[in-house]
Design a protein around this ligand. Structure first.
Ligand code: CU
Length: 256
C-alpha cells in the first residue's frame, strides 16, 4: 500500500512538472511576434545622452599585422559621445510588443575591414542570418560570446566569409581573437521596433500601433535604462534617455 501511494505521488509530481512545462511553452508561443499591416501607426522619437562628464576619447593599440591593420592607434567605439553628451550607437527598442508592423530589415552583413568590425553595432531579426565577412588580406577570427544562441569561435580566411543564424533574442558580443582590439555587438531582436542612435544621439521608431510600451535604451559601456511610453494613433511620442557610467553610481553610493 505504501509503495502504491509512493508511485501515485511520483506520478502526480511528474504530471505537475509536465503541466508547468506545457504552460511555459504555450506562453513562449503566445509571446512570438506577429507582423502585419499597421494603420495610422505612431512614432517614438528621442535622444540618448550620457549623464556626467564626457570622457576623453580613448584609443586602441594596434600591435599586430600592421601592414594590413595600420600603424596608428584606432579610435575606440566603446563610448561614442559628442560634445553635448549625445551617445552614438545606443540601441533603442520596444521590449514588450507582440503585434505590429512586418519584421524586415536588419544588418545584412558585418565586415572585418582594416582590422575593424563594420558596423560596430549590428541588428539581426530573430531567426534570420547575417553574413560575417573578412575583406582583409589577413586571417581574422569570429568569437561570439552568446549564452542563448549557439556560440562560435572560428577563423575566417582572408577574403572569406561565414553565415550565422541567430534563433533567440540576445545581445551578443563578438570579438576577433587574432586582433584583441576588435569588438562588435550583434543585437538579435524579437520585433522590428529598434533603432541605433546616430552621431547626434537621435533615434526614431515608426509604425508603432497605439498603446503603452516599455522602451529600452542600451549602450555597451553604460548598460540600459527603460521607460513606459504611450503612443496615440498617428501621434508622435517623445522619449529621451540618460545613461550613466556604473562606476560613478558606485562612488555616489559610498558618499551617503
Ligand atoms: Cu582580426
Amino acid at each position: 500500500m505504501g509503495k502504491l501511494i509512493k508511485s501515485y505521488g511520483c506520478f502526480l509530481a511528474v504530471a505537475m512538472f509536465s503541466l508547468v512545462l506545457l504552460v511555459g511553452n504555450s506562453r513562449d508561443v503566445l509571446a512570438a511576434y506577429e507582423g502585419g499591416d499597421v494603420s495610422n501607426g505612431g512614432t517614438i522619437t528621442g535622444t540618448v545622452k550620457l549623464v556626467g562628464d564626457v570622457p576623453d576619447a580613448s584609443t586602441l593599440k594596434v600591435d599586430k599585422d600592421q601592414a594590413t591593420c595600420g600603424h596608428d592607434d584606432l579610435p575606440s567605439e566603446a563610448l561614442m559621445v559628442s560634445g553635448d553628451s549625445s551617445l552614438q550607437n545606443a540601441v533603442v527598442s520596444i521590449t514588450n510588443i507582440s503585434k505590429g508592423k512586418k519584421f524586415a530589415g536588419g544588418t545584412p552583413a558585418i565586415d572585418q575591414k582594416g582590422c575593424v568590425f563594420r558596423p560596430h553595432v549590428a541588428m539581426i531579426p530573430q531567426g534570420s542570418s547575417i553574413e560575417l565577412l573578412n575583406s582583409d588580406d589577413v586571417m581574422h577570427n569570429l568569437h561570439s560570446w552568446s549564452m542563448k544562441n549557439t556560440a562560435f569561435n572560428e577563423g575566417v580566411a582572408a577574403h572569406g566569409n561565414i553565415s550565422k543564424t541567430f534563433e533567440f533574442p540576445e545581445t551578443v558580443k563578438v570579438t576577433c581573437d587574432v586582433h584583441k582590439w576588435m569588438t562588435s555587438w550583434l543585437i538579435v531582436q524579437a520585433n522590428p521596433y529598434y533603432a541605433i542612435t546616430d552621431a547626434n544621439g537621435k533615434y526614431k521608431l515608426e509604425g508603432v500601433p497605439a498603446g503603452t510600451y516599455t522602451v529600452q535604451a542600451w549602450q555597451e559601456s553604460l548598460g540600459n535604462a527603460t521607460q513606459e511610453v504611450t503612443v496615440a494613433a498617428g501621434g508622435e511620442a517623445k522619449a529621451d534617455f540618460e545613461l550613466e557610467k556604473k562606476e560613478k553610481k558606485r562612488r555616489e553610493r559610498k558618499k551617503h
